[in-house]
Design a protein around this ligand. Structure first.
Ligand SMILES: [Zn+2]
Length: 352
């Protein structure tokens, strides 16, 4: 989520609070560690029907690949609370170099001039190495927002998925009232899928309800107050892109979650579900928005790339029950054929 960082100071960004709690950041007050039991996993990878073309952006499907995080030993690193930032960067370098590149992109982002150092802002508990490693997901996610927002100009949206070779800068993706061609993401709460997983009450997280909805799909686009949910499609996709980074980083430091659970599988599954629902509502009710997303190769490729990369990491973390909380309940919503048809439709247009 774009919270304090984007609020009023960055074109295209929004501002939001987390569940009524004015949190210094983009994020919901989601549990990064929850001591409850549960099972993960399920079937379905949401692949499209056309043949996979791994080298074509957006057309890789299950053949999407990138260098997975390693379990390289961190025993050569020295931790101290005063040098926690360096420790985190060194750990990322050893386990997940792409994550380090994303953090560094956030640190050197033009956004840092006004919003500060993204590690300092989001690394709150520096008391131990394990604690720092468990917050790596948040740091990479939030620095990823800094990176993307810093690369965006005017009303464009930037997605730096892999800094070296997979980036997009797409136009007009925010709402019509915010200079773009899409509609407020909060409106998908009015669709027929909402009842399958309703919003958890604000400030709570529980199984069987959507703990992200009150954070990202909140408010009304027609009232005078700005809410996170007022933002358009470009921000649905931005959040999804960063939840993929969250999950990848959780995989890199899975050994730090021995006595706690992360919600990173829940996060990306929820945003894949939002993407599908947004596309379905756009196609049914907002023809100009759907025309933008389905006819502009940039939006198609960016959407499909985030989708494929999301599933790449969901497959890589399948069965890692400490990286999800209620993910087994969310996954069947995402793989509902009625909704995966929306992805298939984009795939058909882009990859035929
Ligand atoms: Zn976010």
């Amino acid at each position: 989520m774009f919270g304090v960082v984007g609020c009023g100071s960055v074109a295209g960004a929004g501002c939001a609070t987390a569940g009524g709690d004015v949190r210094e950041g983009f994020e919901p007050t989601e549990p990064s560690g929850v001591d409850e039991d549960g099972n993960g996993s399920g079937d379905g990878d949401g692949s499209g029907s056309a043949a996979a073309k791994p080298d074509q952006p957006g057309c890789a499907q299950d053949a999407y690949t990138e260098t997975l995080p390693t379990s390289a030993s961190l025993s050569g690193l020295t931790f101290s609370p005063t040098k926690a930032n360096d420790y985190l960067l060194s750990a990322l370098e050893l386990r997940y170099p792409l994550g380090k590149a994303i953090v560094e992109g956030g640190l050197t982002s033009s956004l840092a001039k006004t919003q500060g150092n993204c590690i300092d802002r989001f690394l709150s508990d520096r008391s131990s190495a394990a604690s720092v490693l468990r917050q790596a997901t948040t740091v990479v996610h939030e620095c990823g927002h800094f990176y993307d927002l810093g690369e965006a100009t005017g009303g464009d949206a930037a997605y730096v998925i892999r800094p070296d070779d997979l980036t997009f800068t797409c136009k007009s993706g925010d709402t019509t009232s915010r200079g773009g061609k899409t509609f407020a993401r909060s409106l998908i709460r009015q669709d027929a899928h909402y009842d399958k997983r309703k919003a958890c009450p604000a400030g709570t997280a529980a199984r069987g309800c959507d703990m992200y909805a009150e954070i990202y799909l909140n408010g009304s686009p027609t009232d005078a107050k700005f809410d996170s949910g007022d933002q358009g499609y470009s921000f649905v996709l931005e959040e999804a892109a960063q939840y993929v980074n969250s999950l990848a980083t959780a995989l890199a430091f899975e050994d730090a979650y021995t006595s706690s659970r992360a919600s990173e599988r829940d996060g990306i599954l929820t945003f894949l579900w939002y993407i599908e629902r947004y596309l379905a509502m756009a196609r049914a009710s907002y023809p100009a928005a759907y025309a933008l997303i389905s006819e502009d190769p940039c939006w198609r490729q960016a959407t499909l790339s985030v989708w494929d990369r999301g599933w790449f990491y969901l497959r890589a973390t399948e069965g890692l029950s400490n990286l999800g909380i209620d993910d087994a309940a969310i996954e069947p919503l995402v793989t509902d054929p009625e909704l995966t048809a929306e992805i298939d439709a984009l795939r058909e247009l882009e990859c035929k």
